[in-house]
Design a protein around this ligand. Structure first.
Ligand code: ZN
Length: 402
């Protein structure tokens, strides 16, 4: 065999007979390289059902897209054999460089999976020169496969979070692990039965092994958790408490902005963590904050509430009770209402603080998912929603080029 064929044979990992490189065509004008592979005549292949060596019945000529050779598109061509097993009849043989039914090699698909974790699917499609739908189909296959192998037996503190898609008209519930920070399950809707469905789909999950469940203060989530995880404590972490505070703050600002021009376009100034503000946003916030506005007063409630996670755990309860008492006397209906909600869920908020449940995880996952949605979604939103969530936040073991 000449050196060139030997080199390609090694690069393609075709170390074992019967497969060998028979010819390589290079077309510079067309920008492509075609690698022809064949098996020696008289070769026998294993039946995938019973592992017995069987003779070839017939072959089908096929083509697979492979990793580029420098800037040239590369294709593998081979006769895909079908064997005749005395017990199982006519069966297609799995070629070592591709999975069944795919028009791409395993290495090519691994590269697509790697790139898609870093950039939009549309960009991946452009770079590797295949259709976006093909990229999505590859991703869905590997995500689904990796999900099958996922072990959630070590899940002691799951969290759940609601997620809106299609411009807030459709809700899904996301289950995630707070200890290993990954999205583990997606369920349609945000009713109490999402917990039941979650358990049904994870037969090896032991609900009594779950110490805490951290979540939003939604009545449906709370009643669902009580019903399906009766031995677990329901807690409300920093992220979900502040999210609720932010919703209240934004409601107040929106009402007030109708009469007060100065509040227009300041939405994110109030909602961001103060450390995340740009200089311009900070200056604007400082000048508006000092005015006698409902929004400014509500903002001070937010700042005071955030301090709950900075005070010593031993005085956290006292601190929160004082905050609630101030809220009840605020004469702002939205803040009074929020104070009542906090009072009803006081135990769950304090328990989250005492047990040190870290909500940076859900915040991080949330951001990852939102970014991925923005960059890769488009019209494929519904069809590939779960794929994109698990791809960026599932902590899955996806193929890599080795
Ligand atoms: Zn067989």
């Amino acid at each position: 065999m000449d050196e060139k064929k030997k080199l390609f044979q090694m690069a393609l990992n075709l170390s074992d007979p019967p497969w060998r490189v028979t010819s390589i065509d290079f077309d510079q004008a067309e920008g492509r390289m075609d690698i022809h592979i064949d098996f020696r005549s008289g070769s026998r292949f294993l039946c995938q059902e019973c592992s017995s060596e069987c003779p070839v019945h017939d072959t089908i000529q096929r083509e697979w897209r492979h990793l580029n050779f420098f800037q040239y598109r590369a294709y593998i061509h081979a006769r895909e054999p079908r064997i005749r097993c005395p017990e199982h009849g006519i069966k297609t043989v799995n070629v070592p460089w591709a999975r069944k039914g795919s028009g791409f090699t395993l290495s090519f698909e691994a590269m697509v999976a790697m790139l898609s974790q870093e950039m939009p699917v549309s960009a991946v499609a452009r770079i590797v020169q295949i259709h976006e739908d093909s990229v999505w189909r590859i991703l869905r296959h590997y995500v689904d496969e990796a999900k099958k192998d996922q072990d959630i037996s070590d899940l002691s503190v799951p969290g759940i979070d609601e997620f809106s898609v299609e411009k807030h008209h459709v809700y899904v519930t996301l289950f995630y692990g707070t200890k290993n920070s990954r999205a583990i399950h997606i369920e349609e809707g945000k009713e109490s039965d999402v917990f039941g469905k979650f358990i049904m789909k994870h037969p090896f999950l032991d609900p009594s092994g779950i110490d805490h469940i951290t979540m939003d203060m939604y009545p449906s989530y709370i009643s669902g958790a009580k019903e399906y995880f009766p031995d677990s404590s329901i807690v409300f972490d920093h992220f979900h408490v502040i999210k609720m505070m932010n919703d209240t703050l934004d409601r107040i600002r929106r009402k007030e902005a109708r009469a007060n021009e100065i509040l227009k376009h300041t939405r994110y100034d109030w909602l961001k963590n103060s450390s995340d503000l740009t200089d311009r946003e900070r200056d604007r916030l400082m000048s508006v904050k000092s005015l006698d506005l409902q929004t400014s007063h509500a903002y001070h409630f937010k700042i005071a509430l955030q301090r709950l996670w900075q005070v010593n755990v031993s005085i956290a309860e006292d601190y929160l009770r004082k905050w609630i008492s101030r809220a009840s006397r605020s004469r702002m209906p939205d803040i009074v209402k929020l104070g009542k909600t906090m009072k009803r869920h006081l135990d769950g908020i304090l328990e989250a603080i005492k047990s040190g449940i870290n909500s940076a995880v859900v915040e991080g996952l949330n951001n990852k998912i939102r970014t991925a949605f923005k960059r890769s979604y488009g019209f494929k939103a519904q069809e590939y929603r779960d794929t994109i969530i698990y791809l960026v936040a599932g902590g899955l073991k996806l193929p890599t080029i080795n």
